[in-house]
Design a protein around this ligand. Structure first.
Ligand SMILES: [Zn+2]
Length: 68
């Protein structure tokens, strides 16, 4: 028996979750988009982030950059 049910495209996991507290939703990400994925850069990382956003839950600033 083969069930080929189409996978739901829009899911709650489309939010990029804060890597520090694992609770805050940093921003929404459309899983259907063909754009390059975002790389999160934690505070203290050697890598310099071009963009920054702040987590509403833990108030930490999380950097991110677009992979290309
Ligand atoms: Zn957080």
């Amino acid at each position: 028996m083969t069930a080929t049910k189409p996978q739901p495209r829009a899911q709650q996991s489309d939010y990029v979750i804060c890597p520090i507290c694992n609770r805050g939703k940093l921003f929404y990400q459309d899983g259907d988009a063909e754009d390059d994925p975002i790389i999160l850069i934690l505070p203290g990382s050697k890598r310099k982030a071009r963009h920054h956003t702040k987590c509403d839950v833990c108030r930490n600033q999380v950097g991110f950059t677009i992979k290309n």
